[in-house]
Write a protein that binds this ligand. Structure first.
Ligand code: KIV
Length: 268
């Protein structure tokens, strides 16, 4: 089973996918993916929200518990939702601690900024491994006015580099870099000791992460930096349509799907 230590020192490209429920986690785990991120993207992919902002600690706890229960090998990382960390230290620690103590996660992910450097240090000292996340941090959607690429000028690129270094020094075991230019991702990867895991950050990171629904072709829309490695949406659409027509034309259930009780023969 990969541990945070294995991820931190991995010489191989690190594979990470999101999952939000037990059957999906089992598929991802059986495929040998190193890390399962229970992302707050559960808000968009599963709970029907436009953004991740409405996702609560209780939502995350429920999904982290489901994923942990079905995962034998992969490292399970719980994403901390909007305002569940960084406001009050005690509350941040209790929320993150809950994911490890009660729900079976082995680490948490924080969307980072200057406000998470000290918090990362405290969490790590207390035994809560932290995966940092910089670049596009979707919990800042209202500040960005959308989901634009980050680190595109010298000043903002330097800010990302500085924050990456600060979180490395604070003890984070890895860093997600989202939607940044690949040359910036290469520079950050070279500058810090912990592995970078990219999403929309080019090929120079130490690993890659995608949202499960995008990777398997289930999403209705996915970002241009993503790639669908399957067409699960079409498969599901065709299975559902076939089911409805089989019920309508009477071909389902057939004899093979039914059971007659011999003891009832004289009665009915
Ligand atoms: O919530 C999420 O799924 C994420 C990944 C896209 C990195 O933060």
């Amino acid at each position: 089973m990969p541990t945070v230590r294995d991820v931190r020192t991995s010489e191989e490209p690190i594979t990470m996918l999101t999952a939000y429920d037990a059957p999906t986690a089992a598929i991802v785990d059986d495929a040998g993916v190193d890390v399962i991120l229970v992302g707050d993207s559960v808000g968009n992919t599963t709970l029907g929200h436009e953004t991740t902002l409405p996702v609560t600690v209780d939502d995350m706890a429920r999904h982290v518990g489901a994923v942990s229960s079905a995962t034998d090998e992969a490292l399970v990382v719980a994403d901390m939702p909007f305002l569940s960390f960084g406001v009050d230290e005690r509350e941040s620690l209790e929320n993150a601690g809950r994911m490890l103590k009660q729900e079976g996660a082995e680490a948490v992910k924080l969307e980072c900024g200057p406000h998470t450097v000290e918090l990362t240090e405290t969490m790590v000292q207390l035994g809560i491994p932290v995966m940092a996340h910089l670049g596009l941090t979707p919990q800042h959607v209202n500040q960005y006015g959308g989901f634009p690429r980050q680190g595109t000028d010298e000043e903002s690129a330097n800010r990302i580099l500085e924050l990456a270094t600060a979180h490395d020094e604070a003890g984070a075991f890895s860093l997600v870099l989202e939607h940044v230019p690949s040359n910036l991702a290469a520079r950050v990867t070279e500058a810090i000791d912990i592995p970078t895991i990219g999403i929309g950050a080019g090929p120079h990171c130490d690993g890659q992460v995608l949202v499960f629904h995008d990777a398997v072709g289930l999403s209705e829309w996915s970002p241009s930096f993503s790639r669908a490695f399957g067409d699960v949406r079409s498969e599901m659409e065709s299975a559902v349509a076939d089911y409805a027509s089989a019920v309508e034309d009477g071909s389902f259930p057939a004899e093979a799907h039914s059971y007659e009780e011999a003891d009832l023969e004289d009665i009915y």
